[in-house]
Design a protein around this ligand. Sequence first.
Ligand code: SF4
Length: 362
Amino acid sequence: MKLPADTLTAPSHPIARLPAEWLERVAAWGEPAYRGKQIFDWIHRQGVLDPDQMSNLPKSLRQRLKDEGVGWPIDIVSAHESADRTKKLLIGTPDGEKVETVLIPQLGDERLVTQCISSQVGCAMGCVFCASGVAGLKRQMTDAEIVAQVLLGRRELGPDQRIRNVVFMGMGEPLHNYDAVARALVLLTHPDGIDLSKRRVTVSTSGLVRQIDRLGEDFDGQVQLAISLHAVRDEDRSTIMPVNRKHGLAELTDALRRYPLSKRQRITIEYTLIQGVNDSVRDAKEMVELLRGIPVKVNLIPMNPISTSDLRAPDSSHVTRFQEHLTRRGLSVFIRKTRGDDVAAACGQLAFHGDGPRSANP
Ligand code: SF4
């Protein structure tokens, strides 16, 4: 893996420093190296960001950390739990922006939680079925803000729960904020910190081809990749996903073929089923052709209603028939259950200031 030594950009905030960067910092203050490890441990393993609570550090060092600005870069404005125990957290930033993160207990074993996190305030990609794209991109989230969603998420868990998967499927196109997301990936998977397995961290993209290549190269293909496909012909995909006008399906699928997967790994294909738009037998047949030779699993997501669009999901029998067309032709296909829809925390419902992330991949 090339990262982190040679391609990571500098951290935006002290809590986004890696252990080696803390070691350098504490050495400059005349402190022994182990203090750097202790600080990283407090922040990323124990989730303690208030220097006053870092009880094994001398008072002078705690003061230095306060002077450096160590503390929460974001906070929880409100939390809403859905009937199925999906929990949506509305996150506030110091400049008054709002994003959301969602905790989704695994069906059948609620101790294991998938957290869906945001990577941008708004989104520049403009997909017509997604509320996040409606108002465009407001700003990039920082590396610290991205990681702090998980640190805050852990505080909301029950005593027997843990975060097992993190999916970049909340607000924003993560690969359009590559540098911050790359540092966040290194932090989230750092063995001395949160220590998530790279295989359990999924970056979902609308199809930014160059950054897909970069992600594959920087992380040796170990980070899970999900593609928001949603249409199988360029003319249709360009209508609902403007990114397709720049990187068409041939270019996208070539990038997927290049992604350096290990033997048993598969790329997740997200396909929101929209009635009358992308749910025909022809669509199913062409999807099989398009994905031929790429190790994939397909998630079919019956579209969730959003207030800015008349588009809707096909009825459930049609969804099942669509799935059958694909499975008969050899694809592995799952119909994703809607979770958290009573608190607008389901796929495609994210909007500014209070709707909810667009998808999760438990
Ligand atoms: S689906 Fe993803 S890439 Fe498209 S507008 Fe929504 S957040 Fe952005």
